[in-house]
Design a protein around this ligand. Structure first.
Ligand SMILES: O=C(O)/C=C/C(=O)CC(=O)CC(=O)O
Ligand code: CA
Ligand code: MG
Length: 417
């Protein structure tokens, strides 16, 4: 592939091999949402570029929408065609005069939720995270539940509270009951936490009644997007038996503004960990020549300090297995459905994807450079999750970042993004 005519440095995380999609507005037209593609320090106004280059209708129509949903719905052949067009526009000098005026400095635009989120599912696919949470939430019993290595455990979340990176997170209120209390009290969560996760964005629909097999993953999933599944551990611990997470995780789930297409992650594909329990046939990827483990390196910053580096490559269940499981009962997919990997935790201290693990339920507080310590989040704290992945020729591509600052319980809502 030829280089971008912008002559980006080799270490550019938003180079021409990446080209993630988002939705932006400009200060002079704050209600006109447009699809943007990140390149270097710019956003390409993709609809304007399609118009300027007189692109084919199949390419121009989905890029001219105010959200990614029409592109998601269009399916893999169109995704390939659109990506090829973007690469041509940004690498072919003949296109430069038409395309260059469609670039805007990224710092000048506001980024919004890139797509209207349909159903939202959250999985639980890190063996290290599940083992840690089992120890913390269910001391005295086996940390991994008997089903854990037979199926990717998940729950349905609340898509209406998925918000774009930068949206403040208001500390939730709810019922909480400490083990030594007789009855629950009500008030702001005292154990507000994060979960660093990777989200998978469904594109092509599937009909009701028809499971999506492992090998159809790339026909249905458009791309990848970082997620922070904010979690109120005290609300969660009291409410979750026996039906699972509810209000402790449904007040805000933050999404990065950039969806990295699967095509950009070819170099990140890797074999998942060995399966020590044989999966049932619909989940069995052991003979798969192209498994869907992904070598993504996550980083979690708390008030600017790196507190964890979770490795995605060690996730036990892959996104292809999660999709196969999510549809094996005949549930249909719709464009804009989102499913998250589950908290990404590695085996070593310093690689956990949540504070309850990093600070071990308050027993091992984190020290911050300002001399303060943290067990859970305080009002005013800001958490940022970022990630990179291997690109071609030893380069890296970026997944951008998902950030949010905690506001006190009862804060007035700010304008939605
Ligand atoms: O083990 C539990 O009871 C709870 C687990 C979680 O809170 C994790 C969750 O939301 C799924 C995940 O992110 O891995
Ligand atoms: Ca989660
Ligand atoms: Mg949530």
């Amino acid at each position: 592939m030829t280089a971008c005519w912008l002559e980006l440095p080799d270490d550019a995380l938003f180079g021409v091999h990446n080209l993630p999609y988002g939705v932006f507005t400009t200060p002079d037209e704050p209600s006109r949402r447009r699809i943007g593609v990140a390149i270097g320090d710019y956003v390409l106004d993709a609809g304007a570029a399609a118009h300027a280059t007189q692109a084919l209708r199949e390419v121009a129509a989905p890029l001219s929408a105010p959200a990614l949903n029409p592109l998601l719905a269009a399916g893999r052949p169109v995704w390939t065609q659109v990506r090829a067009a973007l690469i041509a526009w940004l690498t072919d000098a003949d296109h430069r005069p038409a395309v260059e005026p469609c670039l805007l400095p990224r710092q000048d635009v506001a980024l919004h939720l890139p797509f209207e989120v349909g159903d939202y599912v959250d999985f639980y696919s890190s063996e290290h995270h599940a083992t840690n949470l089992g120890r913390l939430f269910r001391p005295g019993s086996e940390p991994l539940t008997p089903n854990w290595k037979h199926l990717p455990i998940g729950y349905h979340g609340r898509s209406g509270t998925v918000v774009v990176s930068g949206t403040p997170v208001i500390r939730p209120r709810g019922q909480r009951k400490a083990p030594d209390q007789d009855a629950p009290g009500f008030g702001p969560s005292r154990r507000l936490d994060i979960e660093a996760e990777v989200g998978f964005v469904v594109g092509a629909a599937s009909p009701l009644g028809v499971p999506v097999p492992l090998d159809a993953f790339a026909d249905h999933v458009f791309g990848v997007c970082l997620v922070n599944d904010w979690s109120a551990r005290d609300l969660q611990a009291w409410e979750y038996v026996p039906l699972g997470p509810f209000l402790g995780k449904s007040f805000a789930t933050s999404l990065a503004p950039w969806v990295v297409p699967l095509d950009a992650l070819d170099h990140a594909r890797t074999a998942p960990p060995a399966r020590d329990v044989a999966p049932l046939p619909y989940l069995d990827d052991r003979e798969d020549a192209e498994p869907w483990g992904l070598d993504l390196d996550l980083e979690v910053r708390l008030n600017g300090t790196v507190v964890s580096r979770p490795p995605f490559a060690g996730m036990y269940w892959t996104p292809a297995q999660q999709l196969a499981h999510m549809t094996v009962n005949g549930a249909g997919l719709r464009p804009g459905d989102l499913y998250a990997s589950g908290t990404v935790s590695g085996p070593e201290h310093g690689t956990e994807g949540s504070l309850i693990e990093l600070a071990w339920n308050g027993e091992r507080p984190l020290n911050l450079p300002d001399g303060s310590t943290r067990t859970f989040l305080e009002d005013g704290d800001e958490v940022t999750v970022s990630a990179t992945a291997p690109g071609p020729h030893g380069t890296r591509i970026g997944l951008g970042e998902v950030t949010g600052r905690v506001r006190p319980a009862g804060s007035a809502p700010l304008a939605p993004h």
